[in-house]
Structure formats: structure tokens, C-alpha cells
Design a protein. Sequence first.
Length: 555
Amino acid sequence: MPRLPARFLLALAVVFPAAASAQSELTEPQGFPAERLRISTNRRGLINVEEASVAPHLVWDAGLWLGYARNPILVYRLEDNARLGPLVESRLGAALVASVGLYDRFEVGVDLPVILYQGRPRDIPEALVPGTSLASLSTTGAGDLRILGKWQFLRQRDHGVNLALMPALTLPSGGARAYFGDTGPVFAPEVLLSWGRDRLRAGANLGVALRRRSQLLNATVASELTGHAGAGYRFQAEDGTGGPPLELDASLSMSVAAARPFQRSNEVHLELRGMAAYDLRSSMQVFGGVGLGLIRGWGTPDWRLFAGVRYGYGKAPPPLAPPPAPVKVAVVEPADRDHDGIIDSKDACPDEPETKNGHQDDDGCPDEVPQPPPDADRDGDGVPDRFDNCPDEPGPASNQGCVEKQLVQITTVRLEILEKVYFKVNQAVIERRSHPVLENVVAVLKAHPELKHVLVEGHTDSRGPPDFNQKLSDQRAAAVVKFLVGKGIGRERLKAQGFGPSRPVADNATPDGREKNRRVVFTILDGDGSENKDRGPDGGARETTPPEGSKKVQP
């Protein structure tokens, strides 16, 4: 074997020990991973950029992806950056990722990579080491298991951005062979930042990877500074309008040696990635993407392809045990010839049914319905005070007894709002366009102090995890109560309660139905704050017909 120039051997030292030049078959260090791509542990991430917000309690997400990388480990001559040849020419790998939210503040996740196939040239290129060949690589095996935790301490709805801390620990389960994994554990804490509005979102992760140092002559595989940034655009809005359930993401990933950043190109990783994700249904997503290596540090391929599937949902409540079968007991019913519910022995008129009208209903005899007293009408405009938004100011019935047009209508069981209350997407922030209708609710409550208790109900559609929808409906109802109190309504008169998707008024299978189900309802409670007795068994209400001329609204 001819004697090689000293600086040529130095350029090869990134992969060969010093003593290798005197052997016919060279050994090489293989105790670091050839794969740097780690897909985010849930669909809220942007390719490899982890999302800074956490999932609601016990809402989980799992994914499986498959990827191919071309030339992830290459040898370059450092003096002129000439490309000499690959140590790993092709690699086909997969990984299982999963995460689950805990107590609306924490999240834990795992990432388990698997190498399905990898190969290298049978012979070293003549330009690399003349007359020398490399030993073949192990083609299959498990990579290093990564376990991560996430703690969110800033939320976008309160501070404008999401901010979280994510410590991650990689265990050397790959055996430190064939570029499957590291020789020891790797601790990698990161700070996560994310933001989203309407259909656009963005995020960034900054951290450090602390690993055992391996000196390979002129190159060092050791602790690194890491950074990931990405952005995504979703075509379909939260209410199902605007386009297909498709999202396009892009990200940039970089790692540099912590001890000497950017000083040596064989210690700098830079890769650009793009991905498309499509929701098959609310709980399942398929995705696929590409990557392009920009700076050829170890683990950076010329190009890559990857694709996968995700599945996730909230934890369903355990099924209730069926009630025990009723015991049938023969019962002899007392005689009630007129079927008015009063037995003959206590019925003064056993052959004539009682008239149920609230007047002497226990004597068993028919009677005339007493005429109710006329409704009070202080301003004399023909609209009874109990239905009059302005009981001391005459106005037409079409304006609910007011001079100005009204956005609220009083019934016996609720304050009907004639316009929706709109919120920021996926938040409990009231949009300004809904202030007029809420201010009209304030005016009505001030004009009717006899309405001592009003229940502010929040409702959502059925899309998304039930736990998340329940929490969002609670928060939106509380936001409306806060608005009314801020306008001078006594807090003791108001009660907030969210019902999530449990009380739909339309079909959730259509965008129009989901739009109707996302609503705020103002229910009038009895004087003691209990549920109005006129409400039906399904949670709906039996309403008194409003005065003629008033605008009729749908529930």
C-alpha cells in the first residue's frame, strides 16, 4: 500500500483511528447515530420542531414513520472539501413516537427508532484509501430510546406565546454499533417557543445535547448546541371552512459542536425539510415529506424521503355498568274510573276528570280555568313588562318594546341573542364584533332586576377531543360572565357552565350544523338559582310565545 500524505490521513481521521493505515481492512468508530431526523412526538409539532403547548389531560397521540436517507455518513477531504466517498450509502429506518398530556400543564413522550436496512459500497473508492476495503455494516437493529418530558409555563392566551421547557434523555439501547446510537446516555434539555393564529403557526426549539466525548483525531463527536425552527399553514379553518384538511410545514435543523461552533464543517449539521399532512378524520392523520442536506456534518444526508401516520384522541370515560333488571311485582292499582290520577275513594267527581289548571287540582272535579291577571305594561306600548327590553320607554314590539333595534329577546326561559358570540379560534377570547350583543344583554339585565339568576352556557361542536372541548366551553362561558360583570352586572346574578359537545342543536356532520352547535346561551334560572322548571327533559326549554311582532329566533 503506497504511503499517503500526512494531511490526507488527517482528513480521513474523522472515521479511522491512527493505526488503521497499516491494516488491509480498516476499523472505524461507529458509536454515534447516523440518523438525526426525529419527528415531533405529536401532530401539533412542525416536522421535527416540538410544540410548546401541552395536550389536555390524558389526551394522547401516537405515530409511526418510515424514512430513507441517501449518504448520511460521508468522508470529505477537509483542505478542499472534496467528497471522497460514503461510509453509509443508504439507510431505511422507522420510528415509533407517542405522547400524552398530564394535568393540562405537563406532557411526556417517547421516541423509539429502528434501522430496517443500511448499506455501504462493497469497495472503498480508490480516491478514499487505495487498495483498502471496509467491513460490512450490521443492516438491522434498534436505535437509542429517547424519553422526554415537557412543562409549559406560559400560555398564548395569557402572554401572546407558548413557552415550555423540555428535558430529554436518550438511552444507549442501540449498542453503540453500526451508527445505531451513542456509546452512553445523552441528556438534551431544550427551550420550546410556539405561536399560532388563524391558520398559520410557527415554533422554535433551542437546546444543548450533552454526550460522552469521543476524540477521532481531527474530529470530535461530543456535546452540541442544537436549534430547530419551523412554520406551517393549514388550509381548513377550525369551523371546517376554507379548504381541505391539509397542512404544509417547513423546518430548518442545525447542530454545531458546543466547544468550537462552526470551526469545522465535519462537525456542523444543517438540513432543510418540508412536509404535507392530511387529516383522514379528526383522530387520524397521514403525512409525507422530504429533506435536503445543506452542510455535510455527520448524520446529514444528501437527501431524504419520509412518510407516516398518526393517531390520537382523548381518553374516553369507562362504560357504565348496565342497571340491574327491575323486579316485576304484581300491583293492584286502586280504581280511578275517570283516569284523572285521583283514586275514586278520594275523588269528589269519580266519573268526571279533574281539570289540571293550578286551581283546586286535588278535588277531582272539573272547573273553569281562572283568568290570569293582565300583564303589567308600565310604558303602555303594548309589550308586557316581562317581555319588554325597555319597560320604562315605549317602543314597537318589533324592537322588543324599545326605540332602538335590539339584539336580545326575553322569553320565559332565556335571553335569546339574535347574533352569535364569536371567539378567537381555539381560545376563550371574545372578538370585538360580539361586544354590541353582549352590551345589549347588560342593558336588559339592568332593566330587569327581577331576573336574579342567569346561567351562561358554553357549547362546542363534536370535533376534537371531548376533554379539550369541555374545557374550552367552560372557559368561554367564564369569559362572557367576566365581560358582563365588567359592565356592572352583579356577579351573584351570573353562573358560568360549559357543556362541551353534549347538547347539540344541529347535525355535527355538516359545517353548518357545527356552526350552530358552537354557541353561547343565556338561561333564566328560578329565583333560588336552580334550573327553570319549564325546561324539558332533554335540557331544552318550553318557551312562552313572545309578543306578536317580536322577531322569532331559532334555538
